[in-house]
Design a protein. Structure first.
Length: 214
């Protein structure tokens, strides 16, 4: 309807997973790609985000796990998915608040970072947590390692991968592995940045990458 045959695809964080899934299926529709804070939603990445990285922020991780019965703490995604699908709205909301508090603890390496006001509303937190746990509980309906395995389908598509060296929630390893499997992709590492696209150096790197394909 829009008359666009091929376009530049941009994705940030979870959006990079969506962008890769789209591009690997419809490669003929993609002119170029820019991905920031790269994720491929593998089980290992999900496990790191909700379990492994807790070693770096143990106090916040303890609060995150404390909302679950002890028997469910080994799989926080499954535990929170159950609570967020509960028919009782207060149960959902309490779980959503704990979930979002944990997510916010990992966004930026800036100790003064605060989420924008809309992300603190009950409506946003309930919706965000329900969507995230729904996808992650089902491994985003992707085969394990699918997006990395199928990176060969991106041959001929130029891309830029932008990732913060200090990204706790989504370690640089993911972007690096993708760059190794996708020869046309250039990996830009922003040394002073974490996961947030607003961290020092990230906005400039993203804009510069997008401008290259204008």
């Amino acid at each position: 309807r829009l008359g666009i045959d091929r376009w530049l695809v941009y994705g940030n964080s979870w959006g990079s997973t969506l962008a890769l899934a789209y591009a690997e299926r419809y490669a003929d529709r993609v002119a170029a790609m820019v991905l920031a804070a790269v994720t491929m939603t593998r089980r290992s990445e999900i496990d790191w985000l909700y379990r492994g990285v807790g070693r770096f922020v143990p106090e916040q991780h303890e609060r995150f796990l404390s909302h679950l019965p002890e028997a469910e703490r080994g799989d926080p995604v499954a535990g929170y998915y159950r609570l967020l699908q509960d028919s009782d709205p207060p149960t959902q909301l309490a779980a959503a608040r704990h979930w979002c508090e944990w997510e916010n603890a990992l966004v930026s390496i800036d100790p003064g970072w605060k989420p924008e006001p809309r992300r603190l509303t009950d409506e946003f937190q309930r919706g965000f947590a329900r969507v995230v746990t729904h996808y992650f509980h089902h491994n985003a309906w992707l085969e394990e390692g699918q997006l990395l395995r199928d990176a060969r389908r991106l041959v001929g598509i130029p891309g830029v991968l932008i990732h913060g060296r200090m990204d706790l929630g989504s370690p640089l390893e993911t972007a690096w592995q993708l760059s190794m499997a996708w020869p046309e992709a250039e990996l830009t590492i922003v040394e002073s940045a974490g996961h947030s696209s607003g961290d020092p150096g990230m906005p400039e790197a993203i804009v510069a990458a997008l401008d290259r394909f204008r």
